[in-house]
Design a protein around this ligand. Sequence first.
Ligand code: NDP
Length: 297
Amino acid sequence: MAVLIDGKKVAADIREELKSKVEWLKSLSVRVPGLVTIMVGDNPASQSYVRSKGKACAEIGMFSKIEILPEETSEIKLLEMIDSYNSNDDFDGILVQLPLPKHINENKIIERISPEKDVDGFHPVSVGNLVIGKNTFYPCTPNGIVQLIKHYKIETAGKHVVVVGRSNIVGKPIANMLLQKKEGANAIVTVCHSAADVLSRYTKDADILIAAIGRANFITADMVKDGVAVIDVGINRIDDDSAPKGYKITGDVDFENVSKKASFITPVPGGVGPMTIAMLLQNTFLAYIKITKQKLA
Ligand code: NDP
């Protein structure tokens, strides 16, 4: 039976450490790190993510603000708001909740955020630095995965990591992070996507399998080898009349059966999800440190 990777616990420890750092700043009567989250429209899932980010900031004593703009907000208006936060010294991190309404060009918005405040790690400068192996703001979900792998001392050097999914927010960055020639990485990485006709040809060879697909229970036990370490990024809602909300959250991996073959596995919920917010807080703290150092230099 697999070792359960407890993302909730690892994330709680990271948040606790950040909380004591923020308390220390408060004891010095200096400014604390600040994060602004900008959301356009009223997508319920985005609203819930934005609320939990605000709550997480408050719990560790960081300053946070949530800007909710109407669906019809123009691209220009949003760009102007980003400009104002780029030059607002109370905020170290700027996060624009995605997806944005169709009339707004997401790339243009992401590129307008100052790379110094790019705590989501989606700006082309951050992405470029990540690819060439320079220290940068790593995107939160991939960074959370790397932290879990390190925490559980799962060997990556020379191991075959198979990533299923090639999105800009999960698949591509995690593949690039684990490919780097450094400690906690140095893996042989394969990235799969929907054009793979027989996906199991790749997944069966994985020492570490990272599933970021968005399809409930898609990875089944016959698709993995004994001893694989499984990181399930998926968050899928499936109808469940017995659940109070009428649905339950499940991952991309058939947990019940795959866990019988795996050496390590993340549950959903309670695996990668909690790490994503912890990494956002960590990035905001890092942005604060960098910005403060620059001011003192
Ligand atoms: P995307 O929809 O952007 O990407 C999904 C990827 O899966 C695509 O690359 C797609 O291929 C690939 N895919 C789809 N079907 C297949 C298939 N049959 N075989 C192989 N590959 C396939 O999703 P995200 O990366 O944004 O998110 C993935 C999942 O992770 C979602 O459930 C999301 O909710 C969750 N998530 C969880 C987070 C967390 O904090 N835990 C954070 C972010 C996401 P193609 O490119 O060819 O279309």
